[in-house]
Ligand binder design. Structure first.
Ligand SMILES: [Zn+2]
Length: 91
């Protein structure tokens, strides 16, 4: 497994990783990274990466949190949605 950067170490969520099915391509354990603006699941073995809508973004939800140049929404179920999508292999 490659070395994680300091930022990746900070964003890594091992509790979420326990909920993830293995990588669909190589079967290894994926890594889960999350912040307000980043939600990424990555396989460190074959470098497969998937990005999901994070907590804050332009995906429309019921909670509009800012309109500074563009509309920004809060997506409360961002992590559950990402884990479900990864585990169900939904694009
Ligand atoms: Zn893989």
């Amino acid at each position: 497994m490659r070395e994680l950067t300091d930022l990746e170490k900070k964003l890594r969520r091992t509790d979420r990783e326990e909920q993830l099915k293995p990588c669909p391509f190589c079967g290894e354990k994926p890594l889960y990274f999350s912040s307000d603006f980043i939600l990424e699941i990555e396989c460190p073995t074959c470098d497969y990466v998937r990005n999901f809508p994070p907590f804050l973004g332009q995906k429309k939800t019921d909670v509009l949190v800012g309109t500074d140049g563009y509309d920004l929404y809060y997506n409360a179920s961002a992590e559950e949605d990402a884990v479900n999508a990864w585990n169900q292999r939904i694009a």
